[in-house]
Design a protein around this ligand. Structure first.
Ligand code: NI
Length: 392
């Protein structure tokens, strides 16, 4: 299909996408509990004669075979999970599931991919190889649905030439796409430290092994990882956001628990930094005569966009919508389990604007009860997916 045909198809598929999106928005489900969402997706695929199977529990993997070498594949991925947020948008299709809301736009991603697949399926003889539509569960929480998808090795035996993920961006106007070559989003690991000493009467610390003072020293010393160990060229964040020393004015507790997040943009440094965190916590504890046990959970890797693929897709989007429709994104310290795909396959994660016309509306922020993306953006999101499916 050429540019004009793609735009026409996207425009006519957009009405269905709005309908899908409103249904999904009304019935949001939390990570790894996307049962009804998966069934809804399956129903639409079935009605359109698109083959699929379940994956990673509640996920759905659709497959459309085109022409030529069918082992040559492109994966279009949408996430499906919602967040534990009480919706306060007042929309007529607001969440019916109390305390759960599509506050990160994953309803938009799922709806756009569903609509795009129906178009692709009708024109599949113009597609090179195989297109997978991956409706992925559990993006929002560890271990990330992407890691569970890949554990099942669904693309073994295929040459995957691209894995594509798109995400809403309320800071961009509708019709604008954001790209960034190379490193884009941070890795994210959870750090938990328990400092164990010997509690007792706070008036007689000389008889105790005080874990509170030691824990305070550990929080401070850990900042060396960022200020002294990290290469200034690699953005790094280590934040301790939770610290519990549950004693009293006159009671020193036996132990102190703390937890935080470690984020960075380089996998080699990420592995080294974890060793530094462990060493600093343990040796600081030891200097205070107490023990520290350090647990660092394996979180999401950083999202690294394939340079060639990013250039190609942003050029295709510019050719369709003009140079003003493409902007360069800044590094982002938030994380995405899409990083798991970027480690294995040439991948691209880009943003599409849902902010409406500049000054015309307020889409709110991601992960808030007021988040209200512009539905007109669905047409652009579908165009993006079709442009990739038919163009790369
Ligand atoms: Ni999200």
């Amino acid at each position: 299909m050429d540019k004009a045909e793609i735009r026409q198809e996207a425009a006519s598929a957009a009405a269905s996408a709005v309908e899908y999106r409103r249904h999904l928005h009304k019935y949001p489900e939390l990570s790894f509990k996307e049962e009804a969402t998966g069934q809804y997706v399956a129903g639409i695929l079935e009605a359109n004669g698109i083959g699929f199977r379940k994956i990673a529990g509640t996920g759905i993997l659709a497959k459309i075979e085109g022409r030529g070498d069918l082992k040559n594949a492109v994966v279009l991925r949408a996430d499906m999970d919602a967040l534990p947020v009480h919706e306060a948008t007042g929309l007529e299709f607001a969440s019916c599931n109390e305390g759960v809301m599509h506050a990160c736009g994953h309803d938009m991603h799922t709806a756009a991919l569903l609509a795009a697949l129906t178009v692709i399926n009708r024109h599949k003889k113009q597609i090179e190889g195989t297109i997978f539509g991956l409706f992925q569960p559990g993006e929002e929480i560890n271990p990330g649905g992407a890691s569970l998808v890949l554990k099942e090795k669904p693309f073994d035996g295929y040459t995957v030439r691209a894995v594509i993920g798109e995400h809403v961006d309320p800071d961009l106007p509708t019709g604008v796409f954001g790209f960034r070559e190379g490193k884009y989003m941070a890795s994210s690991d959870e750090v938990r430290i328990t400092v164990s000493g010997e509690g007792g009467h706070a008036a007689m610390p000389h008889r105790l092994k005080d874990p509170v003072v030691a824990a305070a020293a550990i929080v401070t010393s850990l900042q060396q990882v960022v200020s002294r160990n990290a290469n200034p060229d690699i953005p790094t964040v280590l934040s301790i956001g939770r610290i519990i020393a549950d004693g009293s004015t006159n009671v020193i507790p036996d132990s102190v628990f703390m937890a935080g997040t470690f984020r960075t943009f380089d996998e080699e440094w990420r592995a080294q930094a974890k060793k530094h965190i462990r060493r600093i916590a343990e040796s600081t504890a030891s200097a205070y005569g107490v023990d520290a046990s350090v647990n660092i959970s394996k979180g999401f890797p950083s999202v690294v966009n394939n340079t060639e693929l990013t250039r190609k897709v942003s050029e295709l989007i510019s050719a369709t919508f003009g140079n003003d429709a493409v902007v360069k994104l800044a590094l982002r310290p938030t994380a995405e389990d899409f990083g798991f795909y970027t480690q294995l396959y040439p991948s691209l994660f880009y943003r599409f604007g849902v902010g409406g016309k500049p000054g015309s509306r307020n889409a709110g922020r991601l992960h808030t009860a007021q988040f209200d993306p512009d539905e007109n953006a669905l047409e652009y999101a579908i165009t993006g997916l079709l442009t990739i499916a038919f163009g790369i």
